[in-house]
Design a protein. Sequence first.
Length: 285
Amino acid sequence: MSGAPPNLFVVGAMKAGTTALHGYLDLHPEIFMCDPKEPGFFARADRSEAELAAYLALFAAGAQARYRGESSTQYTKAPGIAGVPDRLVRFAPGARILYMVREPVARIVSQYLFNMRIHGEDRPICQAVREDPRYRQIGDYHAQIAPYLARFGRDNLRILSAERLSADRQATMNEVFAWLGLDPVPVTRELRKNTAADGLRRYGRLTALLLHPELEPARRAIKRVGAEDLARRAWTRFNPPRPSPVTDTEIAELRALLAQDIATQQAALAPLMGAHPPDWSTPHG
């Protein structure tokens, strides 16, 4: 394998703070995080040599960095996307793996709003969760991370909670940098996150159109010229967020529906997260 392959992977979970974590990692001078954030290369087995070369080219600018990373949430969407841990361990057996968890109800609400915006989800949220197993499968954190633990081992895998990263990002990132064998750097500026509040806009179809993968080069060009904040402010003025269609009553019903899931996840994750196990005792995170 030529070039400078990645050796740091944020593998999920979807809607659990991976965008913020990707940005904080990229602030470190010894870490290079690729753009786009989610290349999703290992989500498929049938990759060509040309696709591999294009993937590796994403990390060429970070050839001198100690770590080169990406953050593809497709990597923890089993069983819909299967075989990723096996493909990853063959590609980078000594890689470091980071996995984000989030209070399950809050994560599902955010996924639901995303699905409304992008995939045309039109069922009430509790009906959607009952009828589509993917909502709960993606949030079955222990099951999603177990294959990575088996293949990479405890020393090469770290689980973080979105709640702690949000509440104390500097201390959380200091621990991550230390785990990577790096000195700490300041992460005082809160970075953009893909939050549930951004899930729906006044002009929903236009929003979905502008998020189409074919427009990724244009989005990257805006970042390169430093106009991302300006473009975002203009977009928000033209197309402001809509209030969430998920009611407090639905959230209470969803929390009751997921009560056993929440307890099971907390019990399974606690021994894997050391001094900072998830605390999901309060409603909706």
